[in-house]
Design a protein around this ligand. Structure first.
Ligand SMILES: Cc1cc2nc3c(=O)[nH]c(=O)nc-3n(C[C@H](O)[C@H](O)[C@H](O)COP(=O)(O)OP(=O)(O)OC[C@H]3O[C@@H](n4cnc5c(N)ncnc54)[C@H](O)[C@@H]3O)c2cc1C
Length: 368
């Protein structure tokens, strides 16, 4: 029922704008409005804070179905979870009440600020600092590649509070867009997910009350990594949705397109490609849903399974979208058809929330 509801909504209110959002590299406001009106913009927020209280699997299905129509738009529910999960996992009850309530209502989105210009895969090498000053912390630094920066009201920011302790000297904070000293860089000009704004976040003597720290001092990096264990599954879902969208489009096209006097769907070479695409997508889906169940239960092998789902599903998305372009021939290579956008959008799923090389490091360290 949830899938049917989100699919109908995405087809009616999100898909019609997907090409324009990509072409104009503009924020998918129509998608945000439609998702918020239907309480789907941050489905993971627990009911006690006014949220929909969706479990990890339901959240995955929402993201998958939105991504099937428009990958950029799927970053609205996905990054709202990424940005706010540190508060849900490690924040005080006061912080949860203060920030989850407006997020659930649709009054403010959440972003996640871990990466920096010189600290990507090696995120613990970050330089952003937070220095204590009485009942306040003062933050200085640059966060890079921040999804929904400038649009979001709230930012989970990881910063060094004790440089002598590397990852154990990192703490997490909630920073608000309206805090004095917060500003944003120009939107990045990207290959894909062009409708999802990616900008630098500048923190220039940002003075915030001490109770905005998420969890205890020095636990920020552990919280950031624990968050990724859960949210990599949402990237797997995004990849899955992009791949399904490409397969569904190609499936229809091959029945219409005629060469050698018959639909190209009649050729076994085409049928075998479609069979492979569907097989890979189904394998990715099973891995992703199993990982979502583990996320919900908090199973001990979640770290392996989340990395495996993200890595596998994103590789599948890249393969399937490339094959979809192939199935449309020259037409697939043009912007008159959606599959080239899907191929460009798929690429990011192999890169963010840890590149697929990093996922393999994570899996190797956590072999079942
Ligand atoms: C569109 C977009 C949105 C993003 N959104 C966010 C966001 O909202 N919040 C956030 O915090 N970050 C975000 N990121 C950042 C993203 O997570 C990083 O780009 C990613 O983790 C890789 O870091 P890097 O770009 O610095 O690459 P690097 O770490 O410099 O890696 C370069 C290459 O080296 C490889 N490599 C690095 N180390 C190793 C190793 N030990 N072994 C093998 N290979 C290795 C990598 O896999 C990669 O292929 C986003 C990025 C993009 C492009």
């Amino acid at each position: 029922m949830l899938r049917d509801a989100v699919r109908s909504l995405a087809e009616a209110k999100i898909a019609p704008y997907a090409a324009a959002v990509d072409e104009e590299a503009r924020f998918p406001q129509e998608a945000l409005d439609a998702l918020t009106a239907n309480d789907l913009h941050a489905v993971h927020v627990p009911e006690e804070y006014g949220g929909a209280g969706a479990d990890a699997l339901a959240t995955v299905i929402v993201i998958e179905e939105v991504a099937r129509a428009c990958a950029s738009s799927s970053l609205i529910p996905a990054v709202n979870k990424l940005g706010s999960l540190p508060v849900i996992l490690s924040g005080s009850e006061e912080l949860k009440k203060k920030y989850m309530t407006p997020l659930a209502k649709g009054d403010g989105m959440f972003s996640y600020c871990l990466s920096e210009p010189d600290a990507g895969s090696d995120a613990a090498g970050m330089k952003t600092k937070a220095v204590r000053d009485g009942d306040f912390w003062v933050l200085n630094g640059v966060k890079r590649w921040i999804t929904n920066a400038g649009v979001s009201e709230y930012y989970t920011v990881m910063a060094v509070t004790d440089p002598s302790k590397r990852s154990k000297g990192i703490s997490a904070f909630v920073v608000e867009k309206s805090d004095a000293g917060v500003s944003f860089g120009a939107p990045e000009k990207k290959l894909g997910i062009k409708g999802s704004p990616t900008r630098e976040v500048y923190l220039d003597n940002v003075r915030i009350p001490a109770d905005r720290m998420i969890g205890a001092e020095g636990t920020g990096f552990a919280t950031a990594m624990k968050t990724l264990d859960h949210t990599r599954i949402t990237i797997a879902a995004q990849a899955l949705g992009i791949a399904q969208g490409a397969l569904d489009y190609a499936k229809g096209y091959v029945k219409e397109r005629k060469q050698f006097g018959k639909p190209i769907a009649d050729f076994q070479g085409i049928q075998f490609m479609l069979a492979d695409m569907a097989m890979k997508i189904e394998a990715a889906r099973q891995l992703t849903y199993a990982a979502a169940a583990k996320s919900e239960r908090g199973d001990s092998d979640l770290t392996f399974q989340g990395a495996a789902a993200k890595c596998f599903a994103s590789d599948v998305a890249m393969e399937v979208t490339t094959d979809a372009v192939q199935l449309l021939g020259g037409y697939g290579y043009t912007r008159d058809y959606p599959v080239e956008r899907m191929m460009r959008d798929a690429k990011i799923t192999q890169i963010y929330e840890g590149t697929n090389q990093v996922q393999r490091i994570v899996m190797a360290r956590n072999l079942p």
